[in-house]
Ligand binder design. Structure first.
Ligand SMILES: [Zn+2]
Length: 288
């Protein structure tokens, strides 16, 4: 050994923020000032219509797609994974490098020396699920709707790069802000009994057309406005996130799937085949 080591720059810290259930048009209508500092908000498509498979896909390293034409899926996957080299500020990410596990957290941890952390809001992603593979820490937050509480958990050691997955729940039904008393949350007949556990086990479906017991246009409009208000709130929390992170931090903000607010008789997400359940916002960049 010569004693002189070429100093390789540390890869970027990387934060993947998932606004659970946030529709693309809800984010656009909220007109966020801070989130837009990352770059242009793209309209993309989730690979899945509900939380668990969508997060699995994100953690495989495949972000919501652009629905490209005239290209083989395998070529698109490979090209999309290469984008991680810009996110991480290195040249070590490829489809081949991820084989055979095809899962980002253990790759970041074992091959690139990252600390890997997840803070999740939805119990369907809880730490006992297989999604936890390769994470140094993986925590279900006490409240399903408090991104600000996540910021208090975040830390960035100087000597190692960090990866943080933040699954944010303010944009999930009932689109409640953390300081809103639970007895003031909206109630949809037949939903809150299940949703009180936020287990996402019955995330959506076709609403009854006859009886109109909960297909109520005014109610749907109110719920949609609440999701937009949640994004406005999160824009302020994202500003606090931007203030918190060190230099050389790359941030992606997206959502795991969309949400239906009464279109064609649907509410929510999950067992729904509709454009709006796949349409998601996508924005990313490095601040400084
Ligand atoms: Zn979700």
């Amino acid at each position: 050994m010569s004693g002189i080591r070429s100093r390789t720059p540390r890869p970027n810290h990387y934060i993947l923020v998932v606004f659970d259930s946030c529709r693309y048009d809800s984010l656009i209508r909220a007109r966020p000032h801070i989130i837009r500092k990352l770059g242009r908000v793209e309209r993309r498509w989730s690979y899945a219509s509900w939380t668990a498979p969508s997060h699995f896909n994100l953690l495989m390293g495949l972000m919501p797609h652009s629905s490209p034409k005239h290209v083989f899926a395998s070529e698109y996957y490979k090209k999309d994974l290469l984008r991680f080299n810009e996110r991480l500020g290195c040249e070590k990410v490829s489809f081949e490098a991820l084989v055979p596990r095809l899962y980002l957290p253990p790759f970041l941890k074992d091959c690139l020396g990252y600390e890997t952390h997840a803070l999740v809001s939805l119990p369907v992603l809880n730490p006992k699920t297989p999604l936890n593979a390769g994470f140094d820490s993986y925590r279900l937050m006490e409240k399903h709707n408090d991104m600000r509480a996540m910021l208090r958990e975040m830390h960035f050691p100087e000597e190692r790069p960090s990866f943080w997955l933040l699954n944010v729940g303010e944009t999930h039904y009932p689109y409640a802000l953390p300081d809103e008393p639970e007895d003031q949350w909206p109630r949809l007949h037949g939903l809150h009994g299940v949703f009180k556990h936020f287990d996402d086990a019955r995330p959506g479906g076709k609403l009854a057309r006859r009886g109109q017991s909960f297909f109520n246009r005014a109610k749907m409009s109110e719920l949609r406005d609440r999701q937009i208000a949640a994004v406005k709130h999160l824009d302020k929390v994202v500003e606090e996130l931007f203030d918190l992170v060190p230099n050389d931090t790359y941030i992606t903000i997206t959502s795991d799937h969309g949400e239906l607010f009464g279109e064609e008789g649907y509410f929510g997400h999950g067992p729904i085949q509709h454009e709006k359940v796949f349409e998601v916002p996508f924005v990313e960049g490095k601040l400084r």
